[in-house]
Design a protein around this ligand. Structure first.
Ligand code: FNR
Length: 378
């Protein structure tokens, strides 16, 4: 394939470059993967209204997310094990996002640490928090995010119980990954990936290993991870986390109007309408289908963002038209990263930027703030 013009092109290149175990980890949803598919299909079903003979000079994609200026309404979503798509993946993705002028969100379950990412960026990034049973560890993560001058804490609310992904079980994907003969053979067949991985010092879960009690090295990580996701997490925890953090708080994983109202009442600065990219409750509706009623439910009391299924600039425009202030992308940037490292993340963002710009113009709009339901065909 000589030309990489779409996110789907990047996905196919990543499929060739990244060991199957890690490519499948990105490209999978829970159980039947029905919700994963619905996220994409429901975007495709929305049609746009073509407008003509409108002055389309002086266009701009600039807007804000939680008050921060962004060059387009897109942030990089937190994704675990990003450093396994490409060596130093979190650092490379953060650098690409910074150069592009959009937010990067670092996952608790990342390979590179908060400090690693801070060492290669100057723009504040966002930190995604999983609440673990060990609240001392949770507080220490928040302290580290504050010390690194992260400008928002993204509290993920939809992973108290982990949704099962069949591909991961079949491939032996765990934390740390099981190095079976088949997996090692597959890695040996991807020399670019393997050479980059051999060169880096960062092959461990650096937010956790050496920081959490009882996790001095990788061998203890799997048991710790399985035991630590806290099924008791509740709205009461949101209150103490918000107070302890003291900065901007985004609650991610809202898919229901009642939960959205709760989140607004909890004082969150924003929510992310999300079903974890179809990786948690299989059978849940797509995020774009739920967006309008969630926007209505919160009634401007908190900012509403969306992720799940965005594969193009057209999809970003549709989400904004239905009331999202901003969007997050997960797999699109992971495919770019797996395909070509930092350049691939930049290319993924460039593809989305160009599509969004042209689509906005062809719908007769010049600014993000002009986009509303009038761009949608009934
Ligand atoms: C995720 N997601 C996720 N979310 C989170 O809050 N913390 C995490 O560690 C992860 N890890 C993770 C790994 C991988 C491989 C994927 C694909 C996703 C969910 C992510 O933040 C986001 O909600 C979805 O990726 C959005 O859907 P798309 O853009 O991937 O369709």
């Amino acid at each position: 394939m000589s030309q990489l013009l779409t996110i789907a092109d990047l996905k196919e290149r990543a499929r060739r470059r990244v060991p199957k175990m890690f490519f499948d980890y990105a490209d999978s949803g829970s159980w039947t993967e029905g919700t994963y598919r619905a996220n994409e299909e429901d975007f495709a079903a929305i049609k746009l209204r073509q407008r003509v003979l409108v002055d389309m000079s002086d266009r701009s994609l600039e807007t804000t997310m939680i008050g921060e200026k962004v060059s387009m309404p897109v942030a990089l979503a937190p994704t675990g094990l990003t450093g396994m798509q490409h060596a130093d993946g979190e650092m490379l993705a953060a650098q690409a996002a910074e150069a592009f002028g959009i937010p990067f969100t670092l996952s608790t379950m990342s390979i590179c640490s908060i400090e690693d990412v801070a060492s290669v960026t100057t723009r504040p990034f966002w930190f995604q928090l999983y609440v673990m049973r060990d609240h001392d560890f949770v507080r220490s993560l928040i302290d580290r995010a504050r010390a690194a001058r992260c400008s928002a804490l993204v509290l993920t609310a939809d992973l108290q119980i982990v949704g099962q992904r069949h591909k991961d079980l079949r491939n032996g994907l765990s934390a740390p990954p099981r190095l079976t003969a088949a997996n090692l053979f597959d890695m040996a067949r991807r020399p670019r990936w393997s050479m980059a991985m051999l060169r880096t010092q960062r092959r461990t879960f650096r937010n956790v290993v050496g920081h959490a009690k009882g996790v001095g090295d990788l061998s203890a990580l799997a048991a710790w991870t399985n035991a630590q996701f806290d099924p008791r997490l509740s709205w009461d925890d949101v209150a103490w986390i918000k107070e302890y953090w003291g900065g901007k708080l985004i609650i991610k994983g809202i898919l229901d109007e009642e939960d959205a109202r709760h989140a607004a009442e909890s004082g969150a600065d924003a929510i992310v309408v999300s079903n974890h990219g179809g990786r948690q409750l299989d059978g849940a509706p797509s995020t774009i289908s739920m967006l309008p009623r969630i926007v209505e439910a919160v009634d401007g009391r908190t900012e509403v963002h969306l992720d799940g299924g965005i594969r193009s600039g057209q999809d970003v425009l549709k989400a904004v038209a239905l009331g999202a202030q901003g969007t997050f992308i997960g797999r699109p940037f992971l495919y770019g990263l797996g395909a070509m490292g930092q350049d691939g993340v930049t290319l993924a963002l460039e593809i989305i930027r160009k599509e969004l710009d042209a689509t906005m113009a062809l719908c007769g709009k010049r600014l993000i703030s002009d986009i509303d339901r009038s761009v949608l065909a009934q």
